[in-house]
Design a protein around this ligand. Structure first.
Ligand code: FES
Length: 337
């Protein structure tokens, strides 16, 4: 039996028996606020205003027990359990400006190491496909023999020539990242579907903090670079946190942005080892507290592991930032990549 979902009293769609709300929406081309689809970013949080849902699995990072008790759910985990469910999203529904999801084949143009653990993968959409997407979105790659498809955030905004740049970290035992690192050759053709996701620069006038852990740099950098390219003059600071110097990457690109845009600066943070860039090891939350007495009125874009995103979000909120002023992109759990 199909259930009916009504979101923000504006969007209505059906959900087949047993299916997750967000999955059903995306399969029908209905774009709802979301990013990780893994219960860690909180972008898909919504309040149930009518009807009931099964909340499904949650790490407790994106939604608290109190929020569940208050009637909130994660649309990437919840299934409707009444005939009609009305939801009110915390993040706005992406408007008509969102790019349409496409499925196409793409050729590997570049697959080179950036660090011992991360490769830069550049794909070219095959003719006649053109690929347009907003900064902060992600694509799914169909790699041979691997199901489901694997998700990677865009590291740049795709240009009109259809180039797609991704940062792929090797995960121990990860079938997809192992395939990209060890097997994918220049000229290989793979399937791409996207763009998905609604991580973006929160609206407002306040200064912008970009908080990136590891390959979380991809969405954070693409969003900030895109805003700067469009003439945004808000003060912007990008904090790039890694474990040690060997994990630092794209430093030329960061330096180039700082050189070209007086309102942009960046800081490097090394958490676990001596560094030639920093005299002490420090984690992002402690850096935030040390450098900001208050973040009231500021905005943040956060990319990284679920723990990094949760720790940074909590600290930003504790320093006075509004939760609606935070947009996050969290990695898919490692076991799946
Ligand atoms: S928590 Fe649902 S999309 Fe991230």
């Amino acid at each position: 039996m199909s259930r009916t979902i009504v979101v923000n009293e504006a969007l209505r769609f059906g959900v087949p028996e047993g299916e997750i709300i967000l999955d059903a929406a995306l399969s029908q081309g209905v774009i709802l606020p979301h990013q990780c689809r893994g219960a860690s970013c909180g972008m898909c949080k919504a309040r149930v205003t009518q009807g009931t849902v099964d909340n499904g699995w949650s790490l407790g990072l994106a939604i608290s027990d109190q929020e569940i008790a208050d009637g909130f759910c994660l649309m990437c985990q919840a299934r409707p359990s009444s005939a009609e469910v009305h939801l009110s999203t915390v993040q706005p529904i992406p408007g008509g400006e969102g790019s349409a999801v496409q499925s196409f084949e793409a050729r590997v143009l570049c697959n080179t190491p950036l660090t011992p653990r991360v490769r830069r993968l550049v794909l070219q959409a095959c003719e006649p496909a053109r690929f347009e997407a907003q900064a902060g979105t992600y694509v799914e790659l169909a790699l041979p023999g691997l199901s489901p498809h694997r998700r990677y955030s865009l590291a740049t905004v795709p240009s009109s020539d259809g180039l797609i740049e991704l940062l792929v970290a090797r995960h121990p035992g990860g079938a997809a990242s192992g395939h990209v690192h060890d097997l994918l050759q220049l000229g290989d053709i793979i399937g791409v579907t996207g763009p998905y996701g609604t991580c973006r620069l929160p609206e407002g006038e306040g200064p912008v903090l970009g908080l990136a852990g590891g390959t979380g740099l991809a969405p954070v950098l693409s969003i900030m670079e895109d805003a700067l390219g469009q003439g945004d003059t808000s003060p912007m600071t990008l904090l790039f946190s890694v474990r040690d110097d060997t994990e630092l990457m794209l430093l030329d690109r960061l330096a180039g942005l700082a050189h070209a845009h007086p309102n942009f600066r960046y800081a490097l943070l090394v958490t676990e080892a001596r560094s030639r860039f920093s005299t002490k090891q420090q984690y992002a939350p402690s850096w935030l507290r040390e450098n900001h007495e208050s973040l009231a009125g500021a905005r943040a874009v956060i990319g990284g592991s679920p723990g990094f995103v949760a720790a940074c979000s909590d600290t930003c909120i504790a320093l006075g930032m509004g939760s609606e002023a935070i947009s996050a992109d969290s990695f898919t759990p490692v076991a799946q990549t």
